[in-house]
Design a protein around this ligand. Sequence first.
Ligand code: AMP
Ligand code: GLY
Length: 425
Amino acid sequence: MTILLLGSGGREHALAWKLTQSPFCEKLLVAPGNAGTAQIATNVNTSVTDFQAIKTIVLQEQVAMVVVGPEDPLVQGIYDFFQNDDQLKNISVIGPSKLGAQLEGSKEFAKKFLIRHGIPTAAYDSFTKETVEEGCAFLETLSPPYVLKADGLAAGKGVVILSELQAAQTELRQMLLESKFGQASAKVVIEEFLEGIELSCFVLTDGKNYKILPTAKDYKRIGVGDTGLNTGGMGAISPVPFADSVLMDKIEQRIVIPTVKGLQEENIPYRGFIFIGLINVKGEPMVIEYNVRMGDPETEVVIPRLKNDLVELFSAVAQQKLNTVNLEIDSRSAATVMLVSGGYPEDYQKGKVISGIDSVEDSIVFHAGTKAENGQILSNGGRVLAVTSFGDDFQQAVKKSYQNINKLYFDTMYYRPDIGFDLLG
Ligand code: AMP
Ligand code: GLY
């Protein structure tokens, strides 16, 4: 079959790498893709949210399945767009409906869903510009640090954690009254701070059945030792060593099962990934967020560990037959390290020539922000390449990535030298 994959990051290169290994994938189109996907598939220069242009491609190319990488098209309703179009409704879309995507598109929707279904999460309340003073008073009832979340999509920047009450009140006013995050902060969720170590659980569901994919942990901060600004993710490892069977059982029973059941009970169509962000609070998993897609760079460690044919798996999702599939997971650990442009996540330069990719041995180089020009690969974004390796444990895997990174170069290149640092011992 012909498959169309939407997106242009490391996540999409990893998905493309896996999809093209399947004998069922006769042709893969990636919109818009990057220099990495161009090497294994056909890039189409279309925005992921231009649904009319996507429709044209799908009909022209006789696409049978659309795999949606990022959240934007999901939150904007690409699933429903296909369902409501006579020419498109029989084409499989891997991703949730517009309503299901609200689990990521609205923090308040997610909190209400969690509470309705008795799923453990931090206590919260939400406020608008009309109730800003009540929000400030609510902050006074909490103990620091204070967690403020813009309700809507804010490109990963909408969560602010502050240790001073006054600063938190000022931030709340800026979010609500001065539209600090635009429309996304027209509503703000204030939440109890949870103390513990984070991990992510990835679920693939067909709306009735589910499979739990390997766990992963990402490293969001730009600086060594988890310091500095938040980024999209500077590296990841899978599995998470402390996610033992006791913790995983709690996650499945208390979080995954009620989530999938909740979607079904509420008739929310959902055929795709659920990425559950968790904090392990003294052995008790609590949900901090849902995302309605795979993580990036978590995909670059989770997907390489999956032994199943990904097209078969997605077809089972589309046909609601996920119960007939057995997941096979590589028992080795995987690690990925992101190479980013100097200055990221603030201003950075693009267009730097990347060298050394061909000399990498025994690691996989997934492209993120790259483009091909005149036979060269150029940097074209903040996150540029993800170098993924396997090992008997995560330390070995991380080490292999760093050995190969020594062969890679572009002007201003930066990476975190300490991926996995907090998991030792
Ligand atoms: P989110 O976008 O919801 O994942 O939040 C971004 C980051 O803020 C998370 O990865 C956590 O590190 C942190 N965070 C979010 N909510 C909480 C909370 N209730 N307690 C502690 N940290 C949190
Ligand atoms: N790495 C975090 C995310 O994809 O949201």
